[in-house]
Write a protein that binds this ligand. Structure first.
Ligand code: OGA
Ligand code: MN
Length: 294
């Protein structure tokens, strides 16, 4: 038996920053031979964020098949705009639309045109996705760049006092706000961080595939280090977030239509710049399923 597909040698071009690599020589529309798929998984382990350019015209089915190279998929997150997706077009249950575009006054996707502050996707659930994959269909002329920060590096370079203080700590990952700071429908506003709703995870986690330790943070607002005095928790969290966002650990991606970017939520936080709401940005997004952080 033959798969009919010849192994394709891929080219891995690191960004030169603390994480991320562009992969060349892959047409993700085609079914990838096992050797190529394995090489991509290896590159993902090493570089944490992978960029594939020039993939215009991809169907949702092709995006899903490509994401499955990295593991079984997790269904799209339940968001307040999900109910509106049908107003624009139908997408499979594995796909989320990320867009500021409105049709008949209703947003067709999530996150609008505002800033999305540093976060880890869906870390407010017990088993957050291992990875997220964003495919750019339309990009604005400027703004809307997405940045990634290497949380292995953030931990490795953390000062000893802070590292010692959080070594055994757990953090609550707020589920009341979206990554653009909007209140989720039906979830009460947090007035005391000790009552923040959301999963509790260790602040230091171990990557299940590489065994490397990483700092694991979800969202800054409404975070609380479980059991700490609120003042001490705020002081330590400010320190952790400032350090994690240090430009030494960051790579910023400027989108072109046809780009696919896949990031590892177990070792990377990300943020997005705002952009002019009068311009259009349209992304389709998939997620690789994950397990409970440890
Ligand atoms: C996301 C996200 C950032 C962007 O889809 O989880 O944070 O650039 N997107 O749209
Ligand atoms: Mn996100």
């Amino acid at each position: 038996m033959t798969s009919g597909a010849e192994p394709v040698p891929i080219e891995v071009v690191p960004t030169g920053f603390a994480l991320g690599a562009e992969i060349r020589g892959v047409d993700v529309r085609k079914r990838l031979p096992p050797e190529t798929a394995a090489a991509l998984r290896e590159a993902w382990k090493q570089h944490l964020v992978l960029l594939f350019r020039g993939q215009t015209g991809l169907t949702d089915e092709q995006l899903i098949a490509f994401t499955e190279v990295f593991g079984p998929l997790q269904d799209a997150p339940n968001s307040e705009v999900t109910a509106n997706f049908g107003s624009f077009r139908d997408v499979p249950k594995e796909v989320t639309i990320i867009s500021n575009i409105e049709v008949d006054g209703r947003p067709i996707g999530a996150l609008g045109a505002g800033e999305a502050d540093w976060h880890t996707d869906m870390s407010f659930i017990d088993e957050p996705p291992a990875g997220s994959c964003l495919y750019a269909i339309e990009v604005p002329p400027s703004g809307g760049n997405t940045s990634f920060t290497n949380m292995h590096r953030a931990l490795d370079t953390l000062d000893a006092d802070t590292a010692g203080a959080v070594a055994e700590a757990w953090c609550v990952h707020d589920e009341s706000l979206t990554s653009t700071g909007a209140q989720r429908r039906g979830v009460p506003e947090v007035t005391d961080v000790r009552e923040t709703p959301g999963a509790r995870h260790p602040v230091l986690r171990t990557h299940p595939d590489t065994g490397r330790k990483a700092l694991f943070l979800g969202r800054r607002r409404n975070a609380w280090l479980v059991g700490f005095d609120v003042d001490e928790s705020e002081r330590l969290l400010d320190r952790l977030w400032t350090h994690a966002a240090d430009e030494d650990h960051v790579w910023e991606h400027r989108w072109r239509a046809g780009d696919i970017v896949l990031w590892d939520n177990r070792a990377v936080m990300h943020r997005r710049d705002p952009f002019d709401p009068a311009t259009r940005r349209l992304m389709h997004r998939t997620q690789v399923a994950g397990g409970r952080p440890f």
